[in-house]
Design a protein around this ligand. Structure first.
Ligand code: HEM
Length: 347
């Protein structure tokens, strides 16, 4: 994570500049841009041209981002499709989606090609590691098509979820600015450089992030398949049957989280250490060997972005809006705006 910190930091700085120029913030747009930029810059040393200086972005980046977002929206929507309507919609959308998928693949192929031709020795980012690390048993490199699919998985799995989490956090910070004031007073006045070690120590920001993950887990659940016949909560689950674990519900269960389980409390997780034996179920990253591989990446980037923006800006809303969640493949807030006022001017 240390290696990614610098690239993440450049995105936080670019975002702060954007907010200075335009304090009326489109949270959805900016968090999408920031999270894609972070994966592009930190994972693949490739700026996406969505924030800051666009000059270094590869040609066609704008179209790549648009095509990727259409493919993800299509994939998300089709998970909720009704039996008859779904296939019809699929057929109608197929040519456009196929074109988008091809474009997205071609774009990533060109990034990989450039790396293999021009910077073949660079292995200090995810792309370099995937291209240069050999299998410990076979000594073989990962096939290039596999590397391309891994890059796309990281882009897809890593940006929408993280953007959703950041949006929920920014919502709560703007809905009640005293939450941010407390974090700034207690934690950020000391952490001036926001270097890697400082970010790791930001307990209040991390507690806030956990509370957002508890109430609005961007991945609202995960599937597990029973290996053997089981009984679960009074139900018989035969071997081979899939079960959807709805973290969204379990993480709001008043029996274990208390009567205020549905309420946002920024300090709920402060000093709290949940273990496997804790009665509270908290699994926004899933569980076991297939749990989220990007967890530390997401925690570091969200902590850094929130801390960096909070230390510079006091966040408010022009008029209070309700936090409305849109349920697709991820649980993501409906777009909303906040106002970012430089701290020096408010306090
Ligand atoms: C707030 C942000 C994120 C949340 C809430 C989240 C949540 C999840 C969850 C619940 C799973 C399924 C785990 C399971 O079945 O037990 C998952 C899997 C995965 N996530 Fe994340 N994720 C986030 C960010 C990221 C990031 C930033 C990346 C990559 C940079 C990423 C890459 C992946 C991948 C590759 C998998 C599949 C892992 C596997 O099947 O072995 N995620 N994530």
């Amino acid at each position: 994570m240390r290696a990614y910190h610098r690239a993440m930091r450049t995105v936080a700085d670019d975002l702060a500049v954007r907010w200075k120029e335009d304090p009326d913030v489109d949270v959805h747009g900016d968090m999408t841009a920031a999270t894609l930029e972070i994966i592009g810059r930190a994972g693949f040393s490739t700026p996406m041209g969505l924030l800051g200086d666009n000059a270094a972005a590869p040609q066609g980046t704008g179209e790549f981002v648009a095509a990727l977002s259409r493919v993800l929206a299509w994939a998300s929507e089709s998970t909720n499709d009704l039996p008859v309507i779904g296939p019809i919609r699929g057929v109608l959308a197929a040519p456009g989606i196929r074109r988008d998928v091809n474009y997205v693949r071609g774009f990533v192929d060109s990034i990989i090609e450039r790396r293999r031709n021009d910077d073949a020795d660079q292995n200090d980012d995810l792309l370099g590691l995937m291209l240069t690390t050999r299998d410990t048993e076979t000594e073989e490199l990962l096939p290039v098509e596999n590397v391309r699919d891994q890059v796309l998985t990281f882009l897809a799995a890593g940006h929408e979820t993280t953007a959703a989490l950041l949006e929920v956090a920014l919502y709560h910070l703007a809905a009640d600015p005293s939450v941010g004031d407390l974090i700034v007073d207690e934690e950020l006045s000391e952490a001036t450089a926001l270097d890697y070690d400082e970010v790791v120590r930001l307990r209040r920001v991390k507690a806030l992030i956990n509370e957002c993950l508890r109430l609005c887990p961007p991945a609202p659940g995960f599937f597990r398949i029973a290996r053997s016949d089981q009984e679960l909560g009074g139900y018989r689950v035969p071997a081979g049957r899939a079960v959807f674990v709805l973290s969204l519900a379990a993480q709001r269960d008043p029996v274990v989280w208390g009567p205020d389980a549905d309420e946002f409390r920024a300090d709920r997780f402060l000093g709290k250490r949940l273990t496997a034996s804790s009665p509270e179920f908290f699994a926004p990253w899933g569980t076991g060997p297939r749990s989220c591989i990007g967890r530390q990446f997401a925690i570091h980037e969200t902590t850094l972005l929130i801390a960096s923006l909070l230390s510079k800006y006091r966040l408010t809303m022009d008029k209070p809006v309700e936090l409305r969640l849109r349920e697709r493949a991820t649980l993501r807030p409906e777009p909303f705006r906040i106002v970012a006022t430089p701290r020096g001017r408010t306090r």
